[in-house]
Design a protein around this ligand. Structure first.
Ligand code: PSU
Ligand code: MN
Length: 310
């Protein structure tokens, strides 16, 4: 039944069957998160980093109405160049499939499809969250509800300050989603390694992370975990500079009446432009760093699963 909709490429399928580590990767970051051609270069480099760390990459998207797990470089290029790629979150999946369209999957949609394929670890740059001014706009990313219900661990660089970080943490607490600081007591804020907020748990070793994930799911505690991995200090941005830029981008969004699913891509685009690309370089580096950690966690999880079978 599921095969009618879900297409897992042979390499990923074999890896899953053999109990090898697989890391899910999203495609909104390709189509709506970074400009061409750096988006494509980054997506391909990310796949290589997953491999270099002993896991198999599974970039996820919807192509011509099929849920795809594992893409070819040509397909990544297609998503990176295309103009008619729909930003696809949970609500969009059935309609994009029914209409045979192309969809770039957000964190929420990537988690859903990864889970259908039985992939437990997903690495990306940033997750959606509670937007600033959400008290008025109700703008809360569907990523947060997905984290509450879908059993996939998401490695990211923390919420960026286009969001209301405090409210995002409150929302996740209510939903029972743990925020783990990987090697840090302080929550990172995407472009910077510090946010002024704490994390629920600090974990320094992937073995301990994998153990906690296994325990969570063994106990039937549904939902994901946010693994917040700070950007390496050499690639950090100056907090005053980036926060100033984010402030002007938010103002521009308001002046232009940007709302709903358009706002995150709009803000990312404005931030890149206002920093003359410096934020893009930081963004790329933090993604590389997350993917490396994601692969290591996936390797550790698969080692545990395989040991259990012996
Ligand atoms: N943050 C980034 N880059 C991104 C996104 C967020 O730094 O590409 C994307 C992710 O796919 C995330 C989505 O799931 O934006 C959130 O969109 P929204 O806020 O509309 O839920
Ligand atoms: Mn939103």
């Amino acid at each position: 039944m599921l095969e009618k909709y879900l297409n897992i490429n042979p390499e990923v399928k074999k890896a899953l069957k053999d109990g090898q580590a697989v890391v899910a990767l999203e495609s909104t970051i390709i189509s709506h998160g970074m400009p061409y051609p750096k988006n494509v270069e980054t997506a391909l480099a990310v796949e290589q980093i997953v491999r270099d760390n002993g896991a198999i990459p599974a970039t996820i998207a919807i192509i011509k109405g099929k849920l795809r797990v594992g893409l070819t470089p040509e397909e990544i290029e297609y998503l990176g160049k295309g103009n008619d790629i729909v930003k696809a979150s949970r609500r969009d999946i059935p309609f994009i499939v029914a209409k045979g369209l192309d969809g770039a999957t957000t964190v929420a949609a990537t988690m859903i499809i990864a889970n259908l394929a039985n992939i437990k670890v997903f690495a990306t740059g940033g997750i959606g969250g509670v937007h600033r001014g959400a008290q008025q706009t109700f703008d809360i990313s569907a990523d947060l509800q997905e984290l509450a219900q879908t059993d996939v661990a998401v490695v990211c660089a923390g919420p960026k300050s286009i969001l209301d970080i405090g409210l995002t943490l409150e929302y996740l607490e209510t939903q029972g989603v743990p925020i783990v600081g990987f090697g840090t007591d302080e929550l990172p804020a995407f472009y910077t390694s510090k946010s002024g907020f704490g994390v629920d748990y600090r974990v320094d070793k992937v073995e301990e992370l994998a153990e906690a994930l296994k325990i969570k799911w063994d106990l039937g505690l549904k939902g994901g975990v946010v693994i917040a991995n700070p950007i390496p200090t050499e690639f950090e941005m100056n907090p005053a500079v980036i926060n100033g830029v984010i402030g002007s981008a938010l103002k521009e969004a308001e002046e232009n009446g940007i709302k709903g699913k358009e706002i995150t891509p709009f803000l990312l685009d404005r931030v890149i432009e206002h920093t003359s690309g410096a934020s893009l370089d930081s963004n790329i580096q933090l993604v590389y760093n997350n993917v490396r950690v994601g692969a290591q966690i996936a390797v550790e999880l698969s080692r545990k699963a395989n040991n259990n079978c012996i």
